[in-house]
Design a protein around this ligand. Structure first.
Ligand code: F6R
Length: 600
């Protein structure tokens, strides 16, 4: 989703901004722009499409040491050069980039900007006009900036430059992520540390309704009422090489391949030297006290939550409800007496999940966030955090975060069961390392899976994944992965439910891929497969050793049935990857999608 960069220092600003924007490309965007300031004024370059296209129009001779940049994922107004950021005030004095959504922009327009003419269809443009209006009314730029932020309703991360002052970048945030970074003789602004790792790894977090006056030598954080805030910087623990593709053609393939390593990282991070599980006592207590767990998540993380429900209910014997974040906010179920909220989010920034978190904190409930990003908003604002240790996930289609989420949920379930004194014959550390090896076996079978993808999916119009019990949940994830990157209309279905309507869609050649890794439903899922095969479906089975039939197309190595989703999902990730590739799709940057969905 939208990304912001800013720089003030002594180096070639346009290059630092463009490189920063390239690092934010993975978040998804449809247009981009930069503005740089020098003695000749403000130079704004904007373009629809990729950063490459923007780079092509930036004057390579423009020299400047301060500037801001933006990648835009359209919300208000179509993706276009005009709607791309930066936006400028009427006189061109102020130039601004913004992430988020301003909910009261129509009211503000009517109240303060009746005589201003607008260039774009964005909500953002009102912000820059408001600042200029307040300055014209006699306020200092800093006061006009804070007065503007105070009247905005909604979410924002903003960076502003003033043509009359090349010494300052003004920054503010509410609900949308934003960091300031520190260097020697320079400072930076970024919505994601990755954008500025090229120049610094020292960052300062910003809280909601704070602003920062950024100069070459100082960062002054203030509340919107002007009170100074002291905050220590932290070092971002991201290895810059982790965010490079290396020799891989796509991040998605690299991240699929990293899954065995991620499993091993999780084992290391969650195991004490004596072999016991390592978890904060506070988290243990919260799990013990909960009479019901409410998992809140979106997309792939929601699918991991469904598998987590199965694990926690079966192993730790606590009832679990799993909710789509965007629905929970407006359609809250009746809560139990002592609920614990568990937020699952790769990015830790998903606005829908954050909306729920803010609400449940107001109601006084405890929250645990399971995330890949240390210091992310959901992590900071929850009472407890469990990290995924998956390393940065860059491809829009989530793969290694999904398997990491399931692994961490399995550890949480077992730790809770052990604390409760429940006898188990399941050792998560041992079983996770068996699963890691099984994932590797699947990855090594890439070529065979590519052939299956070509045979089943290269010209398919639609496709179905069916499964029963936990395999049903893996089918939902498999379908999401396939549709988001290959644009094949794909659905995941409970095997037994097809005949209640959806079977009408099965025609000659429709691909139906069944997941069959659970012994107690092996017979029934195979019957469901027969039902569709006899109506012309082109069937394919992903089963597990010991439960497989001789003709099954993909057989995963035998793993503990609780952890089968960790392994069975891998061939479905590869099927999606190769199907997208064969259909000529942009695997890492699928259309209309964003990596970090920071608007509701
Ligand atoms: C799909 C995908 C999305 C995310 C969803 C939630 O491949 O990545 O469905 O899972 O947008 O994002 P996080 O986990 O960052 O909250």
């Amino acid at each position: 989703m939208c990304g912001i960069v800013g720089y003030i220092g002594h180096e070639d600003t346009k290059e630092i901004l463009l490189r920063g924007l390239e690092k934010l490309e993975y978040r998804g965007y449809d247009s981009a722009g930069i503005a740089v300031l020098n003695d000749n004024g403000v130079h704004v370059y904007k373009e629809k499409g990729r950063i490459e296209a923007l780079r092509a129009i930036v004057d390579e001779n423009v020299e400047a040491t301060v500037g801001i940049g933006h990648t835009r994922w359209a919300t208000h107004g179509a993706p276009s050069r005009t709607n791309a950021h930066p936006h400028q005030s009427t006189t061109g004095r102020f130039t601004l980039v913004h992430n988020g959504v301003i909910e009261n922009y129509e009211e503000l327009k009517q109240e303060h900007l009746a005589n201003v003419s607008f260039n774009s269809d964005t909500d953002t443009e009102i912000i820059v006009h408001l600042i200029e209006t307040f300055v014209n009314e006699g306020q200092s730029v800093e006061t006009a900036f804070s007065s503007t932020l105070k009247v905005l309703k909604g979410s924002y991360a903003i960076a502003l430059v003033d043509k009359k002052n090349k010494e300052t970048v003004y920054v503010g945030k509410n609900k949308s992520p934003l960091l300031v970074g520190m260097g020697n003789g320079f400072n930076v602004v970024a919505s994601d540390a990755m954008a500025m790792l090229q120049v610094t790894d020292r960052f300062v977090e910003l809280m909601d309704e704070e602003m920062v006056i950024v100069t070459r030598d100082a960062l002054t954080i203030k509340t919107l009422d002007g009170e100074k805030v002291e905050r220590e910087p932290y070092t971002a623990e991201i290895d810059a090489s982790d965010i490079e593709k290396g020799t891989y053609p796509h991040y998605m393939l690299k991240e699929i391949d990293e899954q065995p390593l991620v499993m091993r990282n999780i084992i290391t991070e969650y195991q004490e030297e004596n072999g016991k599980l390592k978890l904060d006592q506070d988290i243990r207590n919260a799990m013990q006290e909960a009479d019901r767990i409410y998992v809140i998540a979106a997309g792939t993380s929601y699918h991991a939550g469904l598998v987590g429900k199965q694990l926690i209910e079966t192993i730790a014997k606590i009832p679990v409800e799993v909710h789509v974040a965007s629905e929970f906010l407006y359609n809250m179920p009746l809560l139990s007496e002592n609920p614990l909220f568990v937020f699952i989010s790769q990015s830790g920034e998903t606005a829908d999940s954050r909306g729920v978190l803010v609400n449940v904190k107001k109601l006084g409930y405890k929250a645990l966030t399971i995330t890949n990003v240390k210091g992310s908003t959901l992590s900071r604002e929850a009472d407890y955090t469990l990290l995924l240790h998956a390393g940065p996930e860059i491809a829009v289609a989530s793969t290694k975060a999904y398997t990491a989420q399931i692994a961490v949920l399995a550890i949480l379930a077992v730790d809770t069961a052990r604390t409760k004194g429940i006898e188990l014959d399941f050792d998560p550390i041992q079983e996770l390392s068996i699963a890691a090896n099984a994932i590797q076996v699947m990855i090594d079978e890439k070529d065979e899976i590519e052939t299956i993808a070509r045979d089943y999916l290269s010209v398919a119009r639609n496709a179905f994944f069916i499964g029963r019990a936990v395999d049903n949940y893996v089918g939902l994830e498999a379908a999401l992965k396939l549709k988001e990157i290959s644009y094949i209309q794909a659905e995941g279905f409970a095997g037994g439910e097809l005949k209640h309507g959806t079977i009408a869609l099965i025609e000659e050649g429709t691909p139906v891929i069944a997941l069959a890794t659970q012994e107690h439903v092996n017979g029934s899922i195979r019957s469901n497969l027969q039902e569709v095969a006899s109506r012309g479906a082109n069937t394919c089975v992903i089963s597990m050793e010991g439960l497989n039939n001789p003709n099954d197309q993909i057989v995963i190595p035998a793993v503990h049935p609780y952890l089968a989703p960790l392994v069975s999902v891998v061939p479905t990730q590869l099927l999606a990857y190769y199907a997208a590739l064969h259909r000529g799709c942009d695997v890492d940057k699928p259309r209309n999608l964003a990596k970090s969905v920071t608007v509701e």
